[in-house]
Design a protein around this ligand. Structure first.
Ligand code: ISJ
Length: 282
C-alpha cells in the first residue's frame, strides 16, 4: 500500500503540530509535503495529498470531497500577528485604490474581502502577486501578507521605520464579531478515508499527540521557529502564545460565523455544515 501523503504548511504556525514528528518523537508512516497554503490547497484538491492543513475558506468550497479532522486548526482569538494588511493610508481611505494580495493565501484573502465589505465598507481593486512587500507597495496602496512573510515584513517595516499602517486582520475580525478566527483546518480526502478508515484514525491520533507534545515543548519550538524564520526569539515566543491549534466549540462557532459573512460576500456558494471525522454526520 502506498504511503499516506500528508501536507505541512511551510510556515512556523504549523511547527507546534509537526515538531514532534520532525524530531522522530512519534512514528509517522507518511510522506510529508511542505508547501505554502495555496499550493497545499491545490495539491489536496487535485488528489495529490491524502491529509493536509487546508485554508478554512477552501473547506467551505470543497466540503463534499473532504472531512475535517478533529482537534486541530490554525486559529487565534483576536490578534494573530501573521495575517497583516500593510497600507500607505488608513484602511478606511483605501476606497477606489489598489490592494495587492499574496498568492499564498485563500482564507486571509477572503477575510480581507469580508472585512472590506461589512466592517470598513470600502471597495478596492485587487491584484494577486508574489508575497514581497516592496514590490507590492510599488504597485498598490495596500498589501495583504500572511504567515512568515507577514511577520518578516512587519519586522522589516518596524526596524526601518517605514510609515505604513499595519492592520492585524484577526484583531479587526474580533472587533467586528467578537469571535475567534479559524484560518485553516486539517482535512482528509473523503475518497481516501472511505477505504482507509484505520489509517485515518491512526494519523488523526498521531497529529493530536504531536500537537500536545509540541505545546509541551513550546520553548524548543519557538527556538526552532526563530532559526527557520529569522524572526527574533521574542517574536516567535509571542507568536506561539497567540496562534492556537484547537478545534473546539468556540472555533466551530467562529468558523460558521466566518462562513456566513463569506456567503453574504459571495465568496462561497452556500451555507456550510461542518463534517468532522469520527462524529455524527461525517
Ligand atoms: C494564521 C495563518 O493562517 C493561515 C492562513 C491561510 C490562508 O490565508 O489561506 C492558510 C493556512 C494558514 O497558514 C497564517 O498563515 O499566518
Amino acid at each position: 500500500m502506498s504511503r499516506l501523503r500528508l501536507g505541512q504548511l511551510d510556515y512556523i504556525n504549523c511547527l507546534p503540530v509537526y515538531h514532534a514528528l520532525e524530531e522522530g518523537l512519534l512514528p509517522l508512516e507518511a510522506e510529508l509535503v511542505k508547501k505554502p497554503p495555496n499550493v497545499l490547497n491545490r495539491l489536496f484538491m487535485s488528489g495529490q495529498l491524502d491529509v493536509s492543513p487546508l485554508s478554512s475558506i477552501e473547506y467551505a468550497r470543497n466540503k463534499d470531497s473532504c472531512i475535517i479532522l478533529p482537534g486541530l486548526s490554525i486559529s487565534a482569538d483576536g490578534r494573530v500577528m501573521s495575517i497583516l494588511l500593510f497600507s500607505k493610508v488608513p484602511v478606511t481611505e483605501l476606497e477606489g485604490k489598489k490592494v495587492c494580495l499574496t498568492e499564498s493565501s485563500a482564507t486571509g484573502v477572503a477575510l480581507l474581502k469580508v472585512l472590506f465589505d461589512h466592517y470598513y465598507h470600502v471597495d478596492v481593486d485587487y491584484e494577486t502577486t508574489v508575497p514581497e512587500l516592496s514590490g507590492m507597495m510599488e504597485r498598490a496602496d495596500g498589501a495583504l501578507l500572511i504567515g512568515d512573510n507577514a511577520m518578516q515584513a512587519h519586522q522589516y517595516v518596524e526596524e526601518h521605520h517605514i510609515p505604513y499602517h499595519v492592520t492585524d486582520l484577526g484583531e479587526t475580525w474580533k472587533q467586528f464579531t467578537g469571535a475567534k478566527m479559524v484560518y485553516a483546518v486539517w482535512v482528509v480526502r473523503k475518497a481516501y478515508a472511505s477505504s482507509n478508515a484505520a489509517a485515518v484514525n491512526y494519523l488523526s491520533n498521531i497529529l493530536i499527540n504531536s500537537k500536545e507534545i509540541g505545546h509541551r515543548q513550546i520553548t524548543a519550538v519557538a527556538a526552532k521557529a526563530q532559526q527557520r524564520s529569522g524572526l527574533p526569539l521574542s517574536v516567535t515566543e509571542d507568536y506561539f502564545k497567540t496562534i492556537k491549534h484547537d478545534f473546539g466549540d468556540d472555533e466551530r462557532k467562529a468558523l460558521l460565523t466566518f462562513y456566513d459573512y463569506a456567503y453574504k460576500s459571495g465568496l462561497i456558494d452556500e451555507r456550510v455544515k461542518l463534517r468532522v471525522w469520527g462524529e455524527a454526520g461525517a
